[in-house]
Design a protein around this ligand. Structure first.
Ligand code: SF4
Length: 417
C-alpha cells in the first residue's frame, strides 16, 4: 500500500532502535520485529518498524526512489529562479504557471522536476503508495467525445456481478492493497442498492478504503454510499474551460454540475480526488494554467492528471495525444503549489510512456501508483483509450504492499479529508 525508504538499524536498545534514513538518525519502535540487530534494514511507518528487508532489497527500493538528476543552475534564467523562489512563499500567478508550462529550456524543465521531487521528499517523506483499480462495468449512458467506452461506441459491454466485485476486492486486500478504486461508466443499471451492497460487503470482509469513480450520480446516491462505508470519490473536472467542457460532452453535461458534485462530495466527508486532462484538442496553455489554479482552489486530497489519448470510434480519434513531457510539468507545478496533495502516476501516462513513466512521475513530484486489478477477462474491454497499460510491477507490490493494522493506520492518517 505505501512504501517508505528503507532505514538501516544503527543500534538496538530494548524495544527501540536508532536507524539511519536519508543520512538522518532517528529512534523507531521495533516491538513488532524483536530480533532486529545493528546492520539490518527495515521499512517503517508512523514510528514503527514494519518489515525487515534484505540489503539487496533495500538497495533496490532506494534505486527505485532515487533521482539521478543534476541541475545546472547556471543555465536557469532569472525569471525561472524568481518563479521557483516565489512558489515557496505564495501562490503562483497564471502568467508564472504559463511560463513553467512553456519554457523550452531543458535545464529549467529538469530543475522544475527536481524541485518538485525535493518538495515531495520534504513534505511526504518517501511515502509512495500503491493503490488498486477494479473496473467493474464498462456500460455508460454518457457520450463524452474523448472516451472509448462512450455509449455510442461499439465495444463489447460487461458488468461484473456484485459477488465478483466483492471477491475481486477481497483478493486484492489479501495481497495487501488497502485502497481500492471501484470504477465504472455512468451505469444507472447498477442501482444504489447494489452499489451499497458492494461497498458494505467489501467493508465487512476486508479492511480496505473504498474510492468510487462512478461519475455524476447525484447527492442522494453518494450520501447512501458514504454511509455504506465509501471513503473517497475520484471525479475529474477534465477541463476548467466551460466552453471546451461543453464541446466534449455533447449530451449536455455541464461543468457547473461537475463542480457542484465536487462541492457536495466534500460536504459529505469524502476524500476528493480530481483533476484534468493534458493535451485535450482545443486546450491552450492558458487553459492548463487555469486548470492548475482551479485544482488548487478545489484543494482536493488527490490530484489526478493524465494526458489525453485519442480513442478509435470517437469524434476525437484523429487528434494527437497529449504529451508525457507536458503532463510531468503539470504534475511538478502542482507539487510546487500543493505540497501535501497525493499525485498518482496515472495509467494514461504509462500507456504513452511505458513502465518507465512510474519513476519519471515520482521524480516529478508524484507519490502514488494505481495498479489495475480488474479480472483479466474484463480488462481488455475497459478501453477508455487503446492499448491501455496493465502491467503491475511486482517489485512495487512486494515492497509497498504489506499486511497489518499499521499499514491501514498509516493510510488512515493520510486520508483525513
Ligand atoms: S468518460 Fe466516463 S462518463 Fe464519459 S463516456 Fe466515458 S465512462 Fe462515460
Amino acid at each position: 500500500m505505501c512504501l517508505t525508504i528503507p532505514a538501516r538499524v544503527v543500534s538496538v536498545s530494548g524495544k527501540l532502535a536508532d536507524v539511519l534514513e536519508n543520512g538522518e538518525e532517528r529512534a523507531i519502535d521495533i516491538s513488532l520485529l524483536p530480533r532486529l540487530k545493528a546492520g539490518d534494514w527495515i521499512l517503517h511507518t508512523v514510528g514503527l518498524a514494519i518489515k525487515k528487508v534484505s540489503p539487496k532489497d533495500a538497495r533496490e527500493i532506494i534505486e527505485l526512489l532515487e533521482s539521478s538528476r543534476k541541475v545546472n543552475n547556471s543555465s536557469l534564467s532569472d525569471k525561472f529562479k524568481r518563479i521557483l523562489q516565489a512558489s515557496k512563499v505564495r501562490e503562483l500567478s497564471r502568467e508564472e504557471i504559463s511560463y513553467l508550462l512553456q519554457t523550452d529550456n531543458p535545464e529549467e524543465v529538469n530543475a522544475l522536476h527536481s524541485e518538485a521531487n525535493t518538495i515531495r521528499k520534504a513534505y511526504l517523506k518517501e511515502f509512495i503508495c500503491v493503490h488498486g483499480i477494479i473496473e467493474f462495468s464498462n456500460i455508460c449512458a454518457k457520450d463524452c467525445y474523448y472516451c472509448g467506452i462512450r455509449s455510442e461506441s461499439n465495444v463489447k459491454r460487461y458488468r461484473m456481478s456484485v459477488s465478483e466485485v466483492v471477491s475481486t476486492a477481497a483478493k486484492a486486500a489479501e495481497r495487501g492493497y488497502k485502497l481500492l478504486v471501484l470504477q465504472s461508466g455512468e451505469d444507472s443499471l447498477f442501482n444504489d442498492e447494489e452499489l451499497e451492497e458492494i461497498v458494505r460487503e467489501i467493508k465487512r470482509r476486508s479492511r480496505v478504503f473504498i474510492f468510487l469513480s462512478i461519475g455524476e450520480r447525484g447527492y442522494e446516491s453518494y450520501k447512501r454510499l458514504r454511509k455504506a462505508g465509501a471513503s473517497g470519490v475520484l471525479l475529474r473536472f477534465e477541463t476548467s474551460n466551460s466552453q471546451l467542457f461543453k464541446e466534449l460532452h455533447p449530451e449536455g453535461k455541464d461543468l457547473d454540475n461537475r463542480f457542484s458534485h465536487l462541492s457536495f462530495l466534500k460536504e459529505l466527508g469524502y476524500f476528493i480526488a480530481t483533476g484534468f486532462m493534458v493535451g485535450l484538442p482545443g486546450q491552450t496553455i492558458e487553459d492548463m494554467a487555469n486548470d492548475i489554479l482551479t485544482l488548487k482552489n478545489l484543494n482536493p486530497g488527490m490530484a489526478s492528471i493524465g494526458p489525453f489519448i485519442p480513442s478509435p470510434e470517437t469524434p476525437l480519434s484523429d487528434k494527437a495525444s497529449g504529451s508525457t513531457d507536458m503532463t510531468l510539468r503539470v504534475m511538478a507545478i502542482i507539487r510546487l503549489m500543493m505540497k501535501n496533495v497525493r499525485i498518482p502516476v496515472t495509467t494514461a501516462m504509462e500507456t504513452i510512456g511505458g513502465a518507465g513513466m512510474r519513476k519519471e512521475g515520482l521524480m516529478a513530484g508524484g507519490n502514488a501508483m494505481m495498479f489495475n486489478l480488474t479480472p483479466p477477462r474484463y480488462r481488455r474491454l475497459y478501453q477508455i483509450y487503446p492499448d491501455k497499460f496493465y502491467q503491475r510491477d511486482r517489485r512495487w507490490e512486494r515492497y509497498a504492499l504489506f499486511q497489518g493494522k499499521e499499514s491501514y493506520r498509516m493510510l488512515e492518517e493520510r486520508l483525513r479529508p
